[in-house]
Design a protein around this ligand. Structure first.
Ligand code: ADP
Ligand code: TRP
Length: 321
């Protein structure tokens, strides 16, 4: 089975990205043919600071490699290094109805948050469809918020297949319902853009500040607490073994639990959870040229695969003459 997903280099990667996407991607390596890439062309829809985008892209590559993505076993590249993504996008635009894009929740949410409604933002799902269809992916593991983009992808692929005969594989979205939306420190979806994210490789003082700022209810120490509606509990359980989660739950259901103590413990738990990867991340941070070369090699391999699909598509739509 071919599993594929991408992540935007729009800021430092956080715990929501890790549990919502990166961890499952890294696990897929052992049991599938994995395609993983950093979508810097998508990030252009919201970032117009060149040096920042370039830095975030390299950082995201280092983060993934440090967390265990193995470029010898999987395809791992930067989207903008493979021009076939942009070429297929243009072709697919012509098989994408306006209404389909106008119904995009993600577009409407971005506009509601005050982003400039430029064409890149509107066409975002078409570029994502090209990313997926170019490699004939079977399964795309993403967070809940990306499900509609997968529906749009299937719709575009269906239209094309209907007109030109079987061409694209219709991909399935792989959403792990148990961690569908990971909350941030304020209880909203954890996101780079809401300033509520706990970054994977944050220095310890920053990690501490973030964890201590997790919003909890105003129940007193002697009150019983409600683990099922507690943001702190929801974040903590991601890092705990099932028996540790059960233990913490019991503490919530008895008088005496102090949120401050749970938070202090959580700082250590998160720090230790990422410790084995932190050393590798620091080493890669000192070798940017090595990382660039790994990504260029990944792009060469991805481009060869992409060409296979693109050649068929070009011939079908009449670009080969
Ligand atoms: P952000 O909202 O921080 O900009 P992205 O939209 O770039 O994050 O998401 C990258 C990947 O991580 C996607 O697959 C997305 O679904 C997943 N993801 C991001 N935030 C969360 C979250 N809070 N919970 C679960 N998954 C998330
Ligand atoms: N839109 C996705 C996100 O913000 C990123 C993305 C771009 C993607 N292309 C993709 C995810 C292809 C999966 C497959 O999270």
């Amino acid at each position: 089975m071919r599993v594929l997903s991408g992540i935007q280099p729009s800021g430092s990667l956080h715990v929501g990205n890790f549990f919502g996407m990166m961890k499952s991607m890294i696990e897929w390596q052992a049991k599938s043919e994995l395609y993983c890439f950093i979508v810097n062309l998508h990030a252009l829809t919201t970032i117009n600071d060149g040096p920042a985008l370039a830095k975030n892209t390299l950082d995201a590559a280092m983060d993934f490699l440090a967390l265990g993505l193995d470029p010898d076993r999987s395809l791992f590249w930067v989207q903008g290094d493979v021009p076939e993504h942009a070429e297929l996008t243009w072709i697919l635009h012509n098989f994408t109805s306006m209404g389909l894009l106008e119904r995009s929740h993600s577009y409407k949410d971005k506009i509601a948050r005050g982003l400039v409604p430029n064409h890149g933002l509107f066409a975002y799902p078409v570029l994502m469809a090209a990313d997926i269809l170019l490699y004939q992916a079977d399964l795309v593991p993403v967070g809940q918020d990306q499900k509609q983009h997968l529906e749009i992808t299937r719709d575009i692929a269906g239209t094309f297949n209907h007109l030109f005969g079987p061409t694209f594989t219709l991909p399935e979205a792989g959403v792990d319902e148990s961690l569908a939306t990971i909350p941030g420190t304020d209880g909203q979806k954890m996101s780079k853009s809401y300033n509520n994210a706990i970054n994977i490789f944050a220095p310890k003082d920053e990690l501490k500040k973030k964890v201590m700022s997790i919003v909890t209810d105003a129940r007193a120490v002697e009150d019983l607490k409600d683990p099922d509606h507690c943001n702190l509990f929801a974040i903590a359980r991601l890092f705990l073994k099932p028996e540790e989660t059960a233990e913490l739950k019991e503490r919530y259901l008895k008088p005496g639990l102090k949120y401050g103590e749970v938070k202090k413990d959580l700082v250590e738990v998160i720090w230790n959870y990422f410790a084995p990867f932190r050393a590798v991340r620091e080493d890669l941070g000192r070798r940017p040229d090595f990382v660039r070369e790994v990504m260029r090699e990944g792009a060469r391999k991805a481009s060869a695969k992409a060409q296979e699909t693109l050649e068929v598509v070009r011939a079908k739509v009449g670009l080969n003459y």
